[in-house]
Write a protein that binds this ligand. Structure first.
Ligand code: GDP
Length: 295
């Protein structure tokens, strides 16, 4: 992930340093703190993480044949992987059907695009997928989703003339269940106009109460930065977030905000978006992701 390059550099510097181990650890910790903070990772999260790395670095002995500095890199790697949910890939197969996924996130994050990508992903696994257009605020959202559904072979429900997203969502989920959908994905609005976040969050609560989603998925733009922590937290308070999709991982954004969103919600990143096309979408792999961070 571009921007977290400093983390890689910190590791490179560590491996070249000489002097007393404790001083090396101290400088290394300062380096990675700086790298993570400049990559927009929430400050508290950075301090918690580096505290654990420091403690393990000073307390634990490396296995035979491994230098203490190499060990320190391994500890950093492990602690970062843990933060992203550990070694296992996230479970993306729904535990039962029909399964209702409600998407939330701010306008422009890539929510509607991600609904199309998810629909395609689950279609390719053999599920019957239906999507519901419950974003009644953004002009064009209805048509965009209708076309995406058509393209990926998903059933579609929408009411182009209605301004009542709660009723659309309720009727859409009922209707698509009747039509035999295994997985139903509800697209929602990301904006209510300037300064109307309260109204947006209330709408999310109302939609969630109406459709009782099995999973609420937060869509977050990799470029969101420091704001991700608060944003994710507020959505989480309105409708408990079950999973996260990080979009625009193909861009030059620092992306550290994703880590903050994980910390704010306790939810796992399940997928990443890597481009505008419906195929540019992957299951999130923590170890691979961290390997890329550390180089
Ligand atoms: P919404 O307002 O959250 O529903 O956002 P949209 O789905 O309309 O997406 C906003 C813009 O982001 C569109 O131009 C999308 O093509 C673009 N977009 C979405 N996901 C990705 C991604 O993973 N990578 C890139 N480069 N662009 C994306």
């Amino acid at each position: 992930m571009p921007g977290l390059d400093d983390l890689r550099k910190a590791v490179g510097r560590l491996l070249k340093r000489s002097g007393p181990y404790e001083a090396i650890v101290k400088e290394y910790i300062r380096d990675i703190q700086r790298a993570l903070i400049s990559a927009d990772v929430n400050v508290r999260l950075v301090f918690d993480l580096t505290k654990r790395i420091r403690e393990r670095a000073l307390r634990e002995q490396p296995p035979p044949g491994v230098s203490r500095r190499e060990w320190l890199v391994k500890v950093t790697y492990d602690e970062l992987v843990k933060l992203f949910g550990g070694d296992d890939e996230p479970e993306v197969k729904p535990p039962y059907t029909p399964y209702v996924i409600m998407m939330v996130g701010v306008q422009g994050s890539g929510k509607t695009t991600t609904v199309g990508k998810l629909a395609k992903f689950y279609r390719s696994m053999g599920y019957k997928v239906g999507v519901v257009a419950a974003d009644t605020y953004r002009p064009g959202a209805y048509e965009q989703l209708r076309q995406l559904a058509d393209r990926v072979g998903a059933m579609f429900y929408g009411e182009p003339d209605s301004k009542d997203p709660v009723s659309i969502a309720r009727r859409g989920v009922e209707e698509l269940k009747k039509r035999g959908a295994d997985i139903i994905i509800v697209d929602t609005a990301g904006r209510h106009g300037y300064g109307e976040e309260e109204a947006l969050l209330k709408e999310m609560q109302d939609i969630a109460a109406a459709v009782k989603p099995d999973e609420v998925m937060l869509v977050i733009d990799a470029a969101m930065g420091q704001k991700s922590y608060d944003l994710a937290k507020r959505f989480h308070e309105a409708t408990p977030i079950g999973s996260i999709v990080v979009t625009k991982m193909d861009g030059t954004a620092k992306g550290g905000g994703a880590l903050s969103a994980v910390a704010a919600t306790g939810a796992r990143i399940k997928f990443i978006g890597t481009g505008e096309d419906v195929d540019e979408f992957e299951v999130f792999r923590p170890r691979r992701f961290v390997a890329r961070l550390l180089g």
